[in-house]
Design a binder for this molecule. Structure first.
Ligand code: ADP
Ligand code: GN1
Ligand code: MG
Length: 369
């Protein structure tokens, strides 16, 4: 089971240029990939928090490239905020604190890669969508994030996970894991296998359009799950995009698609009762409007046309990834019980069906915007 190992977070935190007295550190958030901690300090009788995060080097095989990407994106976004004198700038971008010896990240004796961020206060990420305003704001923020990265200086960003949203390759990997059937779990998932086999052709649609040049490569976030954008507690604005590890060249559609996956259903990603899973049209409408309000100026006609389909694709892909990890013995995503990945795959497949049922209406709506 992919689970958390304990680290001496106080010792790690002491490597960063943080002033004041260490008070406490504890695991934080509900991400599936990195080890994230909140570290609390007392600075002149004021409590200040930081995020201390260990990058998952089982997943990110080029941690130097990864950390450098994230640092470059943070620097670029802070510079742009300064240019326009944005109020509250340190809540609108992630800020990495340097180490005491002036480096951008810290590598410990065991080769773990650590970074430290300013904690963005009075804002939070939501695991489950609650209001249409959140959907609009999240989508607008991710669209703005794509716009921000159009002119990032320097070389092409590193592909931190090559072929991350190569859905056709994900399908092939699924078939390999099925053939290997390491955990003897294949016999119990016949229906799920059938579900995927029936949708193989979907896996190539965006890839083929990219190969033909109908869809351009853009720098996209590529992990636009709702809890990767922090929503301001008071103004409800989508104030800061976080979790920048997969921000790299790809398609803008990957971002919109994953928003549909994570921001249209009132059920948790690991809800056991799949009858609670639904694609609620009001959330889709808010996402489409929010995204077009910021990304509309640069999307081409083909990208616009495929926005609804991208929701189906990313949901299918994610379900397939959960199912593959279930077959592999839960080595990728953090899991908390035996069938956790299978339960997650079920919610994703149910959501794919709900999207399929409403595809015509989704297409009509997007065409009208
Ligand atoms: P993962 O890749 O594991 O999802 P994230 O970078 O998304 O890691 O961080 C996990 C959680 O930590 C986020 O969902 C969010 O709740 C919280 N978090 C991360 N960075 C910050 C920050 N700078 N300020 C406040 N909370 C943060
Ligand atoms: C992971 O890191 P987190 O929890 O935001 C995963 C995404 C999946 C998501 C499913 C690097 O996202 O691709 O869509 O879980 N991130 C990586 O919840 O694989
Ligand atoms: Mg995250």
């Amino acid at each position: 089971m992919a689970s958390e190992k304990k680290y001496n977070v106080k010792a790690v935190a002491s490597q960063f240029a943080i002033y004041g007295d260490f008070v406490d550190a504890f695991p934080y958030g509900s991400g599936h990939i990195n080890d994230t901690y909140c570290a609390v300090y007392d600075q002149g009788a004021t409590r200040v928090r930081y995020i201390i995060q260990r990058a998952n080097t089982n997943i990110f095989k080029n941690p130097e490239g990864l950390m450098d990407n994230v640092a470059r994106i943070c620097d670029h976004s802070i510079a742009k905020l300064k240019e326009v004198n944005a109020p509250d700038a340190s809540r609108r971008s992630l800020t990495m604190l340097p180490t005491r010896d002036g480096k951008k990240w810290y590598v410990d004796a065991e080769g773990n890669y650590w970074r430290c961020y300013i904690f963005i206060e009075r804002a939070r990420g939501y695991d489950v969508i609650e209001t249409t305003e959140q959907a609009y704001q999240a989508a607008r923020a991710f669209g703005n994030f794509q716009k921000l990265l159009v002119d990032i200086p320097g070389e092409r960003l590193t592909e931190t996970i090559p072929n991350f949203h190569n859905t056709r390759q994900r399908f092939e990997n699924f078939q390999k894991s099925l053939a290997a059937d390491k955990m003897n779990r294949a016999a119990g998932i016949k229906k799920e296998i059938e579900f995927l086999m029936a949708r193989e052709a979907d896996c190539s649609i965006v890839l083929d359009a990219m190969a033909k040049g109908e869809i351009p490569e853009r720098i996209a976030h590529q992990d636009t799950k709702l809890n990767n954008v922090l929503i301001d507690d008071y103004t409800a604005e989508g104030i800061c995009v976080i979790d920048l590890d997969t921000s790299m060249p790809g398609s803008a559609l990957y971002d919109f698609g994953d928003m549909v996956r994570t921001s249209t259903s009132p059920a948790k990603e690991d809800e056991q009762d799949v009858s609670k899973v639904a694609m609620q049209f009001k959330y889709f409408e808010a996402l489409a409007k929010g995204y077009i309000s910021s990304a509309g100026e640069f999307l081409n006609a083909k990208e616009r046309e495929l926005l609804p389909f991208s929701g189906k694709l990313l949901t299918l892909e994610c379900g397939m990834r959960f199912l593959t990890d279930y077959l592999d013995g839960d080595v990728y995503f953090k899991t908390h019980y035996e069938d956790h990945n299978l339960v997650r795959a079920h919610t994703q497949f149910r959501l794919v069906e709900c999207i399929e049922e409403q595809m015509d209406a989704m297409n009509k709506l997007v065409a009208s915007l």
